[in-house]
Design a protein around this ligand. Structure first.
Ligand SMILES: C[S@@+](CC[C@H](N)C(=O)[O-])C[C@H]1O[C@@H](n2cnc3c(N)ncnc32)[C@H](O)[C@@H]1O
Length: 314
């Protein structure tokens, strides 16, 4: 099988926005960013490496953003959607560089190889490391927990800032063995982290079949028996109440989730949000206030914001 590649010559300022747009809205199979700064910095990170930029094939001017799609997708329509998205990002005052879009094809076996070359261990925190299935890793601390992952086609490798914000929120909120509901689980990374950090039980939901499959496979890879995966849109049809509800999804979707929270949150419970672009924060704050929630803690990472939330009367 072949994959369609959309390649955009653009600016690093729009990298996160294009990533989320490609994954969450266009449901691409994967993304890749080639940044000029990464090639330039490779020489500084290790003194024995001399990087001759003139020898690098197809060196990006700033950012080359690549999104991979099923070959069946309408190429012209996708290009048009990206053109519109870039125009929208420009209207927010972001640099979009040349904004040149080209398309090509690649065999998906090649994609797997490329993916495995670039995805490595993330020594995330005192308590957590994210380890690709094909890599070996010796924990930095004896009790550091390892999240083994083959994210496949689902979002949630641990490399994205929004996932990292969510993990930070989880480490902060999971102070005793609590029940957790992970909404929009993707690869299952937050559900797995919850279980490894000591959650008593976890329910993970996602609207996408690929994510449900990937999450189940990753849970099995980590030999965790206390996580249940359900296909659901947000909390629709999900039974029970939870001590922690965590969701790393775009702000527009979090706005739909806020009215559903109260019914599924135990007394004294906490909600962790990530995936909020800072330009959307005011809308989220207003919706939380309207539904009698307050913000306990705000975590910022680049343009992304995460929140730990509780009921006003906690
Ligand atoms: C940004 S990814 C987050 C994945 C993972 N939880 C993480 O933190 O890396 C968002 C996930 O939410 C899922 N999603 C989007 N809309 C949804 C909805 N209405 N209900 C449930 N899941 C949804 C997507 O399929 C995707 O897997």
């Amino acid at each position: 099988m072949k994959l369609l590649i959309i390649k955009i010559e653009t600016s690093h300022e729009v990298e996160d926005a294009l990533n989320i747009y490609s994954q969450d809205v266009l449901h691409c199979l994967g993304t890749e960013s080639r940044k000029r700064s990464d090639f330039e910095q490779a020489g500084w990170e290790s003194d024995s490496t001399i990087v001759n930029l003139s020898e690098i094939n197809d060196l990006p001017q700033d950012l080359q953003f690549l999104a991979y799609f099923d070959i069946e997708q309408d190429k012209a329509e996708l290009v048009e959607k990206y053109q519109k998205k870039l125009a929208e990002l420009k209207s927010y005052g972001l640099q979009i560089g040349k904004a040149k879009i080209t398309t090509s094809y690649i065999k998906d076996e090649d994609w797997n190889t490329v993916w495995q070359k670039f995805y490595h261990v993330i020594n995330f925190s005192r308590h957590l490391a994210i380890v690709p299935e094909w890599e070996d890793y010796q924990p930095a601390f004896k009790d550091q927990q390892l999240i083994k992952l083959d994210p496949g086609l689902a979002f949630g490798t641990g490399t994205h800032k929004t996932t990292q914000i969510a993990l930070m929120g989880l480490e902060q909120a999971l102070t005793e063995p609590k029940t957790v509901c992970d909404v929009g689980t993707g690869s299952g990374i937050l559900a797995i982290a919850s279980s490894l950090l000591g959650a008593s039980s976890v329910v993970a939901t996602d609207i996408s079949d690929e994510a449900v499959t990937a999450a189940k496979e990753n849970i099995a890879l980590n030999h965790l028996a206390n996580i249940k995966v359900e296909k659901a849109s947000l909390l629709n049809g999900v039974e029970g109440k939870y001590d922690i509800i965590i969701a790393n999804i775009l702000a527009e979707i979090l706005l739909e989730l806020i009215p559903e929270l109260n019914e599924h949150l135990n007394a004294g419970g906490k909600v962790i949000f990530s995936g909020i672009d800072y330009t959307q924060l005011d809308k989220i704050k207003a919706a939380l206030t309207k539904h009698d929630f307050k913000i306990d803690l705000t975590i910022e990472h680049g343009r992304w914001v995460g929140l730990i939330i509780e009921r006003k009367d906690n």
